[in-house]
Design a protein around this ligand. Sequence first.
Ligand SMILES: *Cc1c(COP(=O)(O)O)cnc(C)c1O
Length: 380
Amino acid sequence: MTTTVKIPDSIKPEDGRFGSGPSKVRPEQIAALDAGATTLLGTSHRQLPVKQLVGSIREGLHDFFKLPDGYEIALGNGGASAFWEIACASLITRRAAFGTYGSFSAKFAASAANAPFLEEPAIFSSEPGTYRLPELTEGVDTYCWAHNETSTGVAAPIHRVPGSQEAGALTVIDGTSAAGALPIDISQTDVYYFSPQKAFGSDGGLWVAVLSPAAIERAAGVESSAHLDGARRWVPPFLSLTKALENSRKDQTLNTPSVANLIMMENQVRWLNDNGGLDWATTRCAKSASLLYSWAERSDYAQPFVSDPAARSHAVVTIDLDERVQANQVLALLRENGIVDCAGYRKLGRNQLRVGVFPSVEPSDVVNLTKCIDYVVEHL
Ligand SMILES: *Cc1c(COP(=O)(O)O)cnc(C)c1O
């Protein structure tokens, strides 16, 4: 039985939300909902006010990611998981290669393996806590991996597989928990896709994708020749990247979006840009992450899970605990004190804490979180 521990207010974070997605939503984003209570919420997404919101998100992300010429922002409903199916239906021509090193990177690979119109993917896998990039492979037209593997707290480098672009292949990166938190050179990608409930601190249910001219051209080609594909490939409108892009260019989505989510996302993108954009955000996340990693290294009961310091994520920090300290007990006591969602990824099954240190999280709250963990452990 755990005895209840009351953490002193003096060391508690101001905001106790440290989830890896859904993540902390800033109070200003909630206030933006209030401000749009009668002008945006409950109004048509085909009319100017909501279209302006979408336009502002697209423009704001354009600046935030410093898009090279010809790159465009598309968005649609369904989250990053839906985008995996979109990529299978309308981006991969025949065969993809995947780096897989955790739950999320493996799920996209599984989707491609199950698509009856695609060839068996080339899989380059490594142990949880490490990463592995796909290697140049004959016949592969699309290279895929995750910038930040949220299930393990591993960040992978993003640069094209040497020789892949010359071979006409695309680089498709899952930036779901990295976008807005980790540095990225978009020119090294053809598709950088993500959901807004991680670093953008909004709700789930939406996907956003940064598309290169090559990716746009690829989708158009795959979709227009789908009927020739031995009649096996079906590209339903919901999985058509071309349809999504056509709608996005008109500041709309194929079907009805959550207007509330667009309001929160728009507010977050503006907040990030007003504070200094991607450089500011990545510096802030790096600071929060290093506070946690260095605390764990100093601690006599905790240590960073990812052994290679260069692969330690600055977005999602994973900390292993000694077996004498039960993570479940620590988590339950933190939760009783209003500090929530620091659990490790369930299927990883480790005695672990996992902390989302996205831009919305105050670094000073991260310092207090470490104090609260120490306090709880002392009082177990
Ligand atoms: C959360 C996450 C996903 C899934 O996002 P959904 O919006 O729930 O579909 C995919 N990839 C990564 C890396 C994630 O962190």
